[in-house]
Ligand binder design. Sequence first.
Ligand SMILES: C[S@@+](CC[C@H](N)C(=O)[O-])C[C@H]1O[C@@H](n2cnc3c(N)ncnc32)[C@H](O)[C@@H]1O
Length: 271
Amino acid sequence: MDEFQSYLDGEFKSIASELWSHNANWWQEGFTEGADPEYREQILPILGELSGQAKRVLEIGTGEGQVLRYLERLAPRERLVGVDPTPEQIERAVARGGPELYLRAGAEGLPFGDACFDTVIACLVFEHIDDLEVALGEVARVLVDGGRFHFLLNHPLFQTPDSGWIDDQVFEEQYWRIGRYLEERHTVEEVEKDVFIPFVHRPLSRYLNAARQASLWLEKMLEPAPPQGFLDLAPEYYQARFVPRLLVLDFVREARTSSGSGGVRATLSAP
Ligand SMILES: C[S@@+](CC[C@H](N)C(=O)[O-])C[C@H]1O[C@@H](n2cnc3c(N)ncnc32)[C@H](O)[C@@H]1O
């Protein structure tokens, strides 16, 4: 392992926290308030549909709060709460108004009692979190039995650190390179000039097995094609239109047994 990789593995949490503070503005300007076609045309509508009439909603890694503001406009809710460890995101969320409560907290230690939300959302967040099992355990803890977890990720199979559209001029071949999918890895990627964002890549099986371990049952999985507004941005995006960018996993929290652990599967009607 090279020196930088072992430094990154050891210091990932503090590096990630500094980078998110430094780049909060980049996220807010480029991806919120209608600036990003994938949020506008795909992510927000999907979350709106999945959340239906959910009453007590927690969003983990809420950023500047666009998801919660969207849900608030769709239906009346009893409780809408957003948490994010990055102060610059929470400050902007509060300034932009909307939900009743924003708190500064990470997914690994949610400042709530057990079973106080019927819906938890994490949208493009867990690919920045180191402690997967701890964070999923927290999701399961704060959900009521039968509550829903709407989990959105950059598709871990196709959006690996070395993935991308290849236009091979020698063999006159174009294809999507997947890269080192099976290798679990901390990375810092330059997502645009001078903007460095921390990522943790994991294979899909890691997510699914850790969720099951945390008493979260997969109910539905979506792999939507990139939306038109995104494809219109660049010709290579159009060429790669059959490669999903987004993965949506919809989990149900298993009913607790009297001993407190997971047990009988809860059956709830869809929201
Ligand atoms: C790509 S943004 C997504 C923001 C928001 N979910 C949205 O969809 O607009 C990722 C967010 O994850 C937050 N984040 C980073 N590490 C986190 C952690 N350990 N726990 C919770 N959120 C975290 C960042 O501060 C950032 O606001």
